[in-house]
Ligand binder design. Sequence first.
Ligand code: NAD
Length: 497
Amino acid sequence: MLSELPILPQTREFVARRQRMLIGDQWLESSSGETLDIRNPATGEILGQVPAATAEDVDRAVQAARQAFEDSAWSRMRPRDRQNLLWRLADLMERDARHLAELECLNNGKSAAVAQAMDVQLAVDFLRYMAGWATKIEGLSVEPSLPLMPDDQFHAYVRREPVGVVGAIVAWNFPLLLACWKLGPALATGCTVVLKPADETPLTALRLAELVLEAGYPAGVFNVVTGTGVRAGAALSAHPGVNKLTFTGSTEVGKLIGKAAMDNMTRVTLELGGKSPTIVLADADLQQAATGAAQAIFFNQGQVCCAGSRLYAHRKHFDNLVADIAGIANSMKLGNGLDPSVDMGPLISAKQQSRVAGYIDLGRQLGSTIVCGGEAFGPGYFVRPTVIADVDQKHRLVQEEIFGPVLVAMPFDDLDEVVRLANDNPYGLGASIWSNDLAAVHRLVPRIQSGSVWVNCHSALDPALPFGGYKMSGLGREMGAAAIEHYTELKSVLIRL
Ligand code: NAD
């Protein structure tokens, strides 16, 4: 049974459908006929199947994207028309917001209400922000010196051109939003795209492909290949016809993609894992900090790349703060994300559930204190929101990304110490500081090794602010003007007059 809870007829029909992937203007099965099961994480039941793309399918998709990139319908399209198309796509997503949110809920487990308000709305806002960039891509003119040709005159300028065919590979935690983070700058700059959604969560990518066609994009501008990372993802990363790879996922796979990219000199940006600190200073508003720290780790079941998964609280507040966060955790209702009264859904898969439970067991074995939660249960892939205290900074629990609703908490005594602890980690994606001491905040911000620092908020992303990682959290930035740079090449033109 799909769901006892009410869902839109449109959603029911979409999930019941035999899924195919979009390559050029055709909806295709895998060339091998193989399929991949997709599940509802709230029940563990199989929702349906999608094609398991082969290297041959990926090659076809790259060729379709290449043809569309070179075709005049797209390559000569005026910036204003690219802007309008992107805006139209955003309108269609807004029209179908509830439907898209339900698909995300069924396939990922997250709350449909939250998916509608956050995932879909942020994706719509992001596409509209990027639509604005289509008409603002500028080169520059330069006055050359050329000392060896003193008597000649020159005209020199620099063009900013679309990088070409973009291979986009994304994770399962925000399937639609992550796809739009790639699609927005690619379509604003005039690139074409082959998207490989995560193995577990292809549904909204396939629906997005329908909306792209409905918006009026030429065939081949957007292609979707569903399937596994090891086959379809690896084939896309190694394809010499791809000009730029953009990846969101684990650091482990990011390294493989980076190496594959270098073999073809493919441009590459990597948005990878994190183990972001939440730092609560001595003067912080404790109620605000407790609510903020709980949201920072428990939002989206803790499956957020920049989740605040390490809490460093000033020693004088440590016990109270941990107790308050545990109180919030204990009050959270877990269940099916279609139920609007539910605060936390399941994790994505049985594998992820046992991985997260494994880290909690490790904490127990080490004699750490499980302050709250600590339990995994089914049916479905649930883990109760968990806070672990009495942990050692050097331990795997503090150093590794758990990617679940598990917070490790440690006290500190002074600013130098918390800077050292916050930076003592391979990742550097996000960090939050909770304080009203302006001088202390400004002293800390430059010392934190992290692509984003939030003050009195956490994981607050805006389309205009570059987002990405220091250290093992990645290469390059998404959003803002930085994204446009990553989807374009510079061409210097020198004309002797
Ligand atoms: P993952 O790396 O296992 O998979 C991500 C994508 O890579 C999937 O589409 C998968 O099919 C594909 N893939 C897997 N193996 C591949 C291979 N050998 N070659 C090419 N592609 C391959 O990550 P995940 O488990 O889906 O997602 C969780 C990770 O993503 C976490 O580490 C999280 O922090 C990270 N993440 C980062 C950001 C960010 O913006 N920095 C955002 C969301 C998630």
